[in-house]
Design a protein around this ligand. Sequence first.
Ligand SMILES: Cc1cc2nc3c(=O)[nH]c(=O)nc-3n(C[C@H](O)[C@H](O)[C@H](O)COP(=O)(O)OP(=O)(O)OC[C@H]3O[C@@H](n4cnc5c(N)ncnc54)[C@H](O)[C@@H]3O)c2cc1C
Length: 440
Amino acid sequence: MKIAIIGAGVAGLTAAYRLTQHAHQVDIFEASDHLGGLASCFMLEHENAKLEKYYHHIFISDLFIRNLVKELNMEQDLLWLESSMGFYTQDQLYPFGSPSQLLHFSPLPFLDRIRFGLVVLYLGKVHQWKKYEKITAYEWISKYFGPNILKIIWEPLLRGKFGTFYNQVAMAWFWARVHTRASSRQGSIEKLGYFRGGFASLHDRLAATILTQGGKIHFNTPVQKILTTNHHLSGLLVADQEKKYDKLIFTAATPAFLNLCPSLPQDYITNTTQLEFLAAQCLILVMNQPFTDIYWLNISDPEIPIMALIEHTNLVPKEWYNQKHILYIANYLPKNHRLFQIPKETLIQEYLPYLKKINPNFDLSWIENSYLFRDGYAQPLIPLNYSQIKPQYQTPIQDVILANTSLVYPEDRGTNFAVDVGNQAAQLVDSSIQLKTFYE
Ligand SMILES: Cc1cc2nc3c(=O)[nH]c(=O)nc-3n(C[C@H](O)[C@H](O)[C@H](O)COP(=O)(O)OP(=O)(O)OC[C@H]3O[C@@H](n4cnc5c(N)ncnc54)[C@H](O)[C@@H]3O)c2cc1C
C-alpha cells in the first residue's frame, strides 16, 4: 500500500517503522527540518552535544517505548538515572523526593504529611479509573488530600500546568499522573530514563531503520491540504502538487487536522473544536554554575510566574555538556499570554528577580548561553468525561487515521504513548501487524 504519514515526531516515526517493516511504501512529510517533533533536540552551540528543546525523560513504567528501544537494540543507550525533586514554597527550597523528605516537609502540618503519603499510595494501587472521569482533580484533591495539601502542593501544580483551566481538569488525568509516577518508583528512589546522546538517538535510529526498509522522509515539506472525494481520501496537496495515497496517518495536533481537511462533517468539527490546548515555553540557560542540586523543582509561590525549574544536569552528567549546567525554566501558558509573546532577552530580564529570589547568589554572569522554545499545542486539556469527546483513530474520512496526543487518555501525553499511538495507527492500516508481540 502507498501510505502518507504527516509528522516525523515519535508517533509518525513509530508508525512508519512498523509499516515499512511490512513492506509498505511510506512517505513521511515533516514541516520542519528535523526529526522528533515536541521531543526533538537541537545542537548546543559550544558544547557539541544535542539537547531537547523541552526537558524529557521516561519512567520505568513506560513499557511501550521501552519495548521499542529493546526491539531497536538500543537498551545500552537508555540510561536509568537517579532523580531528585523539590518544592520552592514559603521562600524556601525543600527536597521532596523520598518518604523521609516528605516526613520533614515542614510547610505541611505533620498529619498532612502522613495523609499525603497515604493518598498517593492509594492512587498508586487503584486501577479502576473510570469513576474519576466525573469529578475534577481539584474537587477530589480538596476532599481526599484536604485543603492544606491542595493549597501548598497540588493547586500550584495544576495552575502551573493548566493556567485558568486548573479547576476543570478531570481526576482521571490526575490519577494517571500519580499512578504512573508511583509505579515508577523503586522504594525511596526514583529512576528516570534518558538516552545517551539525547532523545535524538531514538529518532535517528528509527529514521535510519525506516530508510533501510525503503521508507522516505521529506523534511521542510508541510502538507497543505488533505484531498478527499465523497469522504474518501484521494491524496495530499504538497508543495502545490497533488499526490495520491491509499492511506494517511495524521500525527500533528488536532486543530491542524481541522485546518488541513476542509471536508470534515460539521458534527466532527463541532466536537473536536471543544478540545483545548496549552502552549509550552522553555527558556534554557547554559550556565557555569549549578542553580540548585535538584533535578525537578516545583515552584509553589503565587508571586513567581514559573511552573518548574528543571536542572537537566542534576539528572544527566554535566560531563556530556562540557561541564556546563543546563536549566530549563518551564511554563505552560495560553498561546495569547504576554510571557509567550516577548523576546528571549526580555524574558530573561523578567525572570531574573524570581531566579534571585529562589537562589540569592544567582547572577547574570552565570549564563553563558540561552535558548528559547515555544509550541502552541503542547498540552491537551483533559476535561470531565473526556471519553465522550475524545477523537477516534478512524476519522469520518475513509482511509484517514488520526494518531496524535488527543487520543491519549487517561494517561498524560508523552513519548511512551506516542509510540503506542503510532503502533495502533499502523495496525489499523495493516491488520496483519501483531501488536501483542511487542506489548509483552
Ligand atoms: C514541555 C514539554 C515537556 C515534555 N516532557 C516529556 C517528558 O519528559 N517525557 C515524555 O515522554 N514526553 C514529554 N513530552 C511530550 C512529548 O514530547 C510528546 O507527547 C510527543 O513527543 C508527541 O509526539 P507526536 O509524534 O505524537 O507529536 P509531535 O511531536 O507533535 O509531532 C508532530 C509533527 O508533525 C509536524 N507537522 C505539523 N504540521 C505539519 C504539516 N502540516 N505537515 C507536515 N508536518 C507537520 C510537526 O512539525 C511535528 O514534527 C513533553 C512535551 C512538552 C511540550
